[in-house]
Design a protein. Structure first.
Length: 280
């Protein structure tokens, strides 16, 4: 065992080389590292992993955001990894089953990957994965560089079925848009998050959309429900959307839910997806 200080300043005694890991909300990171796990919450994991990748892994989903304690106990874990949005009482309950470590969920995906690799005693796996990712990013950017103008801006939005409209800060699609492909952040978006640089997104009214729209515009539409489809259709057929220069120039893209994910496997997938879009 060794001492580990987690994201909420708890000191936890953890195994040097854990063998039975439950990764609540972090299945994709563990898959990227090639570290086997015994349990995770499928409602999150299935957004990034295939059925085949989840073979042999148990679903420990419980009520809301909290793992089911009975399922967790039955798996006899020697390490439980959870995000920092669980409550203290839930952490205490899980800690009675096995050493429980909190990892910051809002950190960028590559930082989380490195933190998790260090936690399980295999930091070199994150180093290797990040090196491969950065090489692929450079390759994909070179393929589409001719279609991106110097200083061209891009912004990303997500629309929910309750008509809540959000503009993203640079944590989610940012690693792909700004780091990998070199788009610039629109000045109004930078201004919006100037006092809250770690904020994931901000709610805006549809009327304010033109203020934050870049030369390229990426909209994540929630098409999994009838309400979501209806909200997206109303936006896309409305005068505000149609008036945007990005829409009129054929540089507005409506993309699927997975574009909103922030895990290493999705980042790798997005390099292919965005390169394909920009090549059209």
């Amino acid at each position: 065992m060794r001492t580990y200080k987690d994201a909420v300043d708890r000191t936890v005694e953890v195994p040097v080389a854990p063998k039975r890991i439950i990764a609540h909300y972090y299945a994709a990171e563990m898959q990227a590292l090639g570290v086997p796990i015994v349990g995770t919450n499928f409602i999150n994991a299935k957004l990034a992993l295939t059925e085949e990748q989840l073979q042999g892994v148990e679903d420990i989903a419980g009520d809301g955001l909290v793992p089911n304690l009975e399922k967790t106990l039955n798996l006899q874990p020697d390490l439980i990894v959870v995000p920092d949005f669980l409550q203290a009482a839930d952490l205490d309950a899980l800690s009675k089953i096995a050493p429980t470590v909190v990892i910051g969920y809002g950190a960028d995906a590559l930082t989380r990957l490195s933190v998790l690799a260090e936690l399980v005693g295999q930091p070199e796996k994150a180093t290797d994965w990040i090196a491969r990712y950065e090489a692929k990013a450079a390759e994909k950017r070179a393929l589409v560089q001719s279609s991106i103008k110097e200083g061209e801006t891009a912004s990303a939005f997500i629309l929910y079925s309750d008509d809540q409209f959000y503009v993203y800060n640079k944590q989610r699609l940012g690693p792909t848009l700004y780091d990998a492909f070199g788009f610039a952040i629109p000045p109004k978006v930078t201004e919006l998050f100037a006092n809250n640089p770690d904020e994931l997104w901000a709610t805006i009214s549809l009327e304010k959309l033109p203020d934050y729209a870049g030369d390229r515009l990426f909209l994540i539409a929630q098409n999994g429900t009838e309400e979501g489809k209806k909200a997206a259709e109303e936006l896309l057929q409305g005068p505000i959307w149609k008036s945007l220069p990005a829409v009129q120039n054929g540089k507005a893209y409506v993309v699927e839910d997975r574009w909103a994910m922030n895990d290493p496997l999705t980042l790798d997938w997005l390099l292919d997806e965005m390169a394909a879009l920009l090549s059209k």
